[in-house]
Design a protein around this ligand. Structure first.
Ligand code: PHE
Length: 345
């Protein structure tokens, strides 16, 4: 009886050893027959009942060995099939093909110019302050000494929020000045870069959205001479070491006295060209000593502190630096335009 059972096991054993399935289907058949949940080896374990006692151990070891051999063979067949598939797919890889060109991004000229301005002022101790673009009337106008009905409000055609006389899109980053003065004690030395909005007709020279950088310095004994020297430093860092500046009297509600700053034309070196309209000078910013009324509105002691402020349009500086003749190019996001700044930093 035992001998017959041993013979069956040995037959499966040699069948497993000799099996050489080559197709996927044949491998699957091998799996079902010897490894799957209903494999032919399973019932053999129960047959141990019919083996005489002294051969039970031998039988058990044999059946286990056959089961192990079946599993090992199936695993080997599976591994071989997987590496064959890998090899086939790696043959699709053409190592001699030219690489995909890597396209470099570019900073927007406004970003480049803004970073440059921020960098120049941060070297002399100014830190960046940023604030909201949707502002209230008080921080944008009233605190900056431009109360309701003040004629200077007409200088800045304002976008108010729908059904609101209170909330608006800030018309200048001076609103950041009032927020900083309200929340910080002097000495204050900040620059405020950011986007501003005015209800202007869009043309080659004007847009309803643009960017400004404003600066504010408040401390004890801050003088007009310090402002002039700070702005000369800026002009020379921005437009070259030989740049000169001049100041023309001007008017802003929040500064007194106020001035407009011109720099010597860096395109023609004052010889006259169409950027400076043959005057040799180009206007770059407005500035002035902070009006004590503004300091008072923002809770700063006017007996102790004085300060200066300045503000410039970034588009204007970028257009001069890169000889861009239409402000609209800066807002259209046309890649043919933006691509030209790939190497600029
Ligand atoms: N806020 C002014 C403007 O929008 C610029 C400015 C800022 C002028 C600070 C003087 C001082 O034109």
């Amino acid at each position: 009886m035992s001998a017959e059972i041993f013979a069956v096991v040995n037959q499966f054993k040699s069948e497993i050893e000799n099996a050489a399935p080559s197709t996927k289907e044949e491998v699957e058949q091998f799996r079902i027959r010897f490894v799957g949940s209903k494999n032919v080896l399973k019932p053999l374990f129960g047959e141990i009942r019919n083996v005489e006692n002294e051969r039970k151990k031998e039988y058990g070891q044999l059946v286990n060995a056959v089961k192990g051999a079946a599993e090992a063979k199936f695993q080997a067949l599976k591994d071989a099939a997987e590496s064959a598939a890998e090899e086939a797919s790696s043959q699709d890889l053409d190592l001699s093909a030219p690489p995909e060109p890597m396209s470099l991004g570019a900073h927007h000229p406004i970003t480049i110019t803004m970073n440059r301005i921020v960098d120049i002022f941060s070297r002399i101790g100014f830190t960046v302050a940023e604030e909201r673009e949707i502002e209230d009337d008080w921080h944008n106008f009233t605190a900056m000494n431009t109360p309701e009905d003040h004629p200077a409000r007409d200088m800045q055609d304002t976008f108010y929020l729908k059904n609101s006389t209170e909330m608006l899109l800030r018309t200048h980053t001076s609103s950041v000045q009032s927020r900083v003065m309200m929340s910080q004690e002097p000495p204050i030395r900040i620059i405020a870069p950011g986007r501003v909005y005015r209800n202007e007709t869009i043309s080659a020279r004007a847009h309803c959205q643009f960017h400004q950088v404003e600066g504010l310095y408040i401390d004890e004994n801050v003088s007009f001479a310090e402002m002039k020297q700070t702005l000369l430093y800026f002009a020379q860092e921005m437009y070259g070491p030989d740049t000169k500046i001049r100041m023309r009297p001007s008017y802003f509600p929040f500064t007194e006295p106020s001035a407009e700053v011109d720099v010597t034309c860096f395109i023609c070196d004052t010889k006259g060209c169409n950027v400076c309209k043959y005057t040799g000078w180009v206007e770059i910013m407005g500035c002035g000593m902070v009006d004590p009324a503004v300091l008072k509105n923002c809770g700063i002691d006017t007996e102790k502190y004085t300060g200066f402020a300045f503000g410039m349009g970034i588009e204007r500086q970028a257009m001069m630096l890169y000889s861009i003749n239409d402000i609209r190019l800066l807002f259209e996001n046309d890649v043919r335009f933006l691509k030209q700044f790939t190497s600029a930093i």
